[in-house]
Design a protein around this ligand. Structure first.
Ligand code: UGA
Length: 458
């Protein structure tokens, strides 16, 4: 099978590399000259475990290649996958389809023979139909079937999600498009992956519904965590109690600082708009958006409170800047408003992230100090805030942190630490939804006095 993927971003790269891994011949078309130059020279501009190696291997096998434009790239293709960005349109939450329709027009102009046009990008319900109409209008001479094949890739686990999917969703009008996509994904269905065929609109909606449902689960457990803090219950046990019910499931029930990333915030907004426009507003999705915004907005107050009322004058180490581990992506990361607020409130902020430092520097002037290790950020700090659950933070020992830090206040937004070990070293640990969250907050005077007596052990 010969395939072109339009867009060498996150989804396009993962899709292209994995389809090549099935044995298909894939060309990824990347129109941005800088990005194309990087890709063509073997550099992968994003951090995704295993992707660089897979791309290199498939390029070596000559199953994968990159092109700066469509010239030649569509020669003899069976399918063209659209994997361009659909950011939130400024102001109204709708997905911005500028890149999608620009790509459709270019494909229409370049195709010389019939092919199936497959949308991988997350697009509002009805877009597939609009693409089909536009294609028909631009190329009445060619039989071009249109299909929707939404992606369910988690950053950090994208290759696994592609290669071992819970399901593959194909939205199409049947016929050739269905047969072609079944053939493309045959290596996965042969191993037992489920391929669900629906209408185009349904496939488009499945994508938004899946992300919104997961986002809703997170907002639900965050609210439960708040209740736990007030009634001395433990959210970790609550999650177990819920998750063991197979109708509920334990996944996406980790409480934290609120969901971020390039998908949940954008897709919940888009679904809310789609629902409103369709005359069937989704109160649950709207509430999820509002609850998540309120959670992020409340993080500053939560931190000030855990520091006895004010962070002014404190040296704060922020560990973890990306919106989740195993990515370098900071889009909508809860760490960003936290750091801005800490600076505004008069704290000195020292930050470290295993992968996100380069991106993070773009968001701050010189009002935040960036360090190249957790230890360097923690040295002499009064307070440590864990914003992202990177595995290396889970390995930090209470004894080392006691040695490195000046104060003894930990605010663990991901419940990474086992509190008893830290409490034994004299730390106050404020977690999320744990019984000790509310009661362990240390008075500011105590944090300050530790600081003023300069008890940093090094
Ligand atoms: C999400 C979906 O999980 C993918 O299936 C989907 O394909 C992708 O969006 C997309 O639309 O492209 P992603 O944004 O990479 O993937 O990250 P998730 O692992 O879903 O996490 C999203 C946010 O929720 C993160 O901020 C994470 O920290 C938070 N989260 C997740 C929690 O707070 N608690 C949890 O239990 C799980």
């Amino acid at each position: 099978m010969k395939i072109a993927v339009i867009g060498g971003g996150y989804v396009g790269l993962v899709t292209g590399a994995c389809l090549a891994n099935f044995g298909h011949g894939v060309t990824i078309v990347e129109g941005d000259p800088t990005r194309y130059a990087m890709l063509a020279s073997g550099k992968i501009p994003i951090h995704e475990p295993g992707l660089e190696e897979l791309v290199a291997l498939q390029c070596e096998k000559r199953l994968l290649s990159f092109a700066p434009d469509l010239r030649g790239a569509l020669e003899g293709v069976d399918a063209v996958f659209l994997a361009v960005g659909t950011p939130s349109r400024r102001g109204d939450g709708h997905a911005d389809l500028t890149y999608i329709f620009a790509a459709v027009r270019q494909v229409a102009a370049a195709l010389t023979a019939p092919a199936v046009l497959v949308t991988k990008s997350t697009v509002p319900v009805g877009t597939g139909r609009r693409i089909a109409n536009l294609m028909q209008e631009l190329r009445p001479d060619l039989a071009i079937d249109v299909a929707s094949n939404p992606e369910f890739l988690r950053e950090g686990k994208a290759l696994l999600d592609f290669m071992r999917p819970d399901r593959i969703v194909v939205g199409c009008a049947g016929g050739h498009a269905r047969a072609l996509l079944e053939a493309i994904y045959a290596p996965l269905t042969a191993r037992g992956a489920k391929l669900l065929v629906t209408g185009i609109e349904t496939a488009e909606l499945i994508k938004y519904a899946a992300n919104s449902f997961l986002a809703m689960k997170i907002s639900f457990i965050n609210e439960m965590a708040d209740i736990c803090e007030r009634v001395a219950a433990d959210v970790a046990d609550l999650v177990q109690g819920l998750g063991l019910d197979s109708r509920i499931g334990a996944q996406f029930l980790q409480p934290g600082p609120g969901f971020g990333g390039s998908c949940f915030p954008k897709d919940t907004e888009a679904l809310a708009r789609i629902a409103q426009d369709a005359g069937a507003p989704s109160r649950l999705v709207e509430s999820t958006i509002a609850a998540n915004s309120a959670r992020k907005a409340g993080l500053g107050a939560r931190i000030n409170q855990a520091c006895g009322g004010s962070v002014a004058g404190l040296k704060i180490a922020v560990l973890g800047l990306t919106f989740k581990p195993d990515t370098d992506d900071l889009r909508d990361s809860p760490a960003l408003p936290v750091m801005h607020r800490m600076v505004e409130d008069g704290a000195t902020v020292h930050a470290y992230d295993p992968q996100g430092m380069e991106q993070a520097r773009l968001y701050f002037d010189d009002n935040v100090s960036f360090h190249d290790s957790a230890k360097a950020a923690l040295l002499g700090a009064d307070v440590a805030i864990i914003m992202t659950e990177w595995a290396e933070f889970q390995r930090l020992s209470a004894r080392d942190m006691h040695q490195w830090m000046r104060g003894h206040c930990i605010i663990d937004m991901r419940n990474v630490f086992e509190p008893s070990a830290f409490q034994a070293e004299g730390f106050s640990v404020t977690g999320i939804g744990r019984p000790w969250s509310a009661i362990q907050a240390r008075p500011l005077a105590e944090i300050r006095s530790t600081r003023e007596t300069g008890s940093q052990r090094s």
